[in-house]
Design a protein around this ligand. Structure first.
Ligand code: UDP
Length: 369
């Protein structure tokens, strides 16, 4: 065998695994179907702006080990995610905090806000059984209707009563004036872009782009002792038990000849009527400055449209409902029987992983090897 590991997918999971394997003296070959590395964290330079081509990626973690690890490959800036919600022209602060409650109800003190929420959550009795009940029980019906329902139904293409409660638990609720979207000790954007960070992870690896593993699996398998597969788990098995569902995203990206379009990196459109879920203005991830520290006179914005994945689209999110969860368990059982293959990452494990969780999973996986 020419290689110890064939790594299918040059995204974050594949790149971290490759780095660890190389540092342990293993021979690795990394392949990717796309014509670039970095998977969905890929950034490209447009007029000095690092454009997140596959959607906003804001690194955040509470895991000291992950932070110490990833900062070896990039220096991070001090970006803090604080998206703004636009509901029919009314602007609200996210995540749900005292600024949000003040704008929604005119309440001024935490006690008044807590009383308002307590009054509205009374309609939910017992353990919340779905996202709608969970949301109302966390922040009340007014916020659910204006800031959650439309956005969530657009993003997932499903009724909030058919979605699992845990999705909304990703969002903090605070009785303080704190617009930091994440409860994370460490947060930021890699200076120079995510692509450069992944380049640094992959330094020294043999990487071949534009290679479709599943189209010629036996030939690829013959090259290495073990395979690290980070593509969709159902596709690996030819979808023989049925197709798992994914959400895809389409971006309409424009370069505008103005310095400031919306004054923030992310604005969520939380009504049902606006067809996009959010607009990202990429320059604000880096305070409007290029790598030399100069202010950038233009701006790039991306409107994000969510859709059900169909063959030919890029899969972005697993749909973690009961039906898909059960089907995934069946694929997982098949995967366990593939002795020389590891399934990793958001698509390989069909999990709504954040970047830090992907890194932690890849590090742990290599240690187990
Ligand atoms: N969400 C919402 N309103 C918002 C932002 C988020 O209701 O303005 C809900 C929605 O259900 C979404 C979930 O919170 O699916 C998680 O959002 P997050 O921004 O963490 O998702 P991601 O950035 O991974 O797309």
């Amino acid at each position: 065998m020419k290689y110890d590991y064939l790594i299918v997918g040059a995204g974050l999971y594949g790149a971290v695994f490759a780095r660890q394997a190389m540092d342990a003296g293993k021979r690795v070959l990394v392949i990717d179907r796309r014509d670039h590395i970095a998977g969905n964290v890929y950034t490209e330079d447009v007029e000095g702006i690092h454009v997140h081509r596959y959607g906003a990626h804001i690194f955040h973690t509470n895991d000291r080990r992950v932070w110490d690890y990833i900062t070896r490959f990039a220096e991070f800036n001090r970006f803090t995610n604080s998206p703004v919600a636009n509901y029919r022209g009314e602007l609200y602060s996210l995540p749900f905090n005292m600024y949000t409650f003040n704008k929604m109800w005119g309440v001024v003190t935490p006690e008044q806000a807590a009383a308002k929420i307590a009054e509205q959550r009374r309609e939910i009795t017992g353990e919340p059984r779905n996202l709608e009940e969970q949301a109302i029980s966390l922040v009340g019906r007014d916020i659910y209707e204006k800031l959650i329902r439309g956005y969530t139904e657009k993003q997932w293409g499903r009724d909030c009563r058919e979605l699992p409660a845990f999705i909304i638990k990703r969002l903090p609720v605070r009785l303080t004036f704190d617009n930091n979207y994440f409860n994370a000790l460490y947060q930021g954007i890699p200076m120079g872009g995510y692509t450069r960070m992944v380049e640094n992870l992959l330094r020294g690896a043999e990487v071949r782009l534009g290679c479709d593993y599943l189209a010629d699996k036996p030939r690829w398998d013959a090259l290495a002792d073990r395979v690290i597969y980070t593509g969709p788990i159902d596709a690996y098995f030819g979808c023989r038990l049925g197709a798992l569902q994914y959400r895809s995203v389409r971006f309409e990206t424009e370069l505008l000849d103005i310095p400031n379009f919306q004054g923030n990196a992310a604005v969520n459109y939380t009504d049902r009527e606006t067809p996009w879920t959010r607009i990202i203005e990429h320059k604000w991830f880096e305070f409007g400055r290029d790598d030399q520290g100069n202010e950038i006179p233009k701006t790039v914005v991306s409107r994000e449209y969510s859709s059900e994945w169909k063959p030919g689209d890029e899969p972005y999110y697993p749909v973690n409902d009961v039906k898909n969860g059960a089907l995934y368990q069946q694929y997982k059982a098949l995967a366990a029987r593939e002795a020389n293959v590891v399934f990793g990452g958001r698509l390989g494990e069909y999990r709504y992983y954040d970047m830090d969780q992907v890194i932690a999973a890849a590090l742990e996986r290599f240690e187990e090897e």
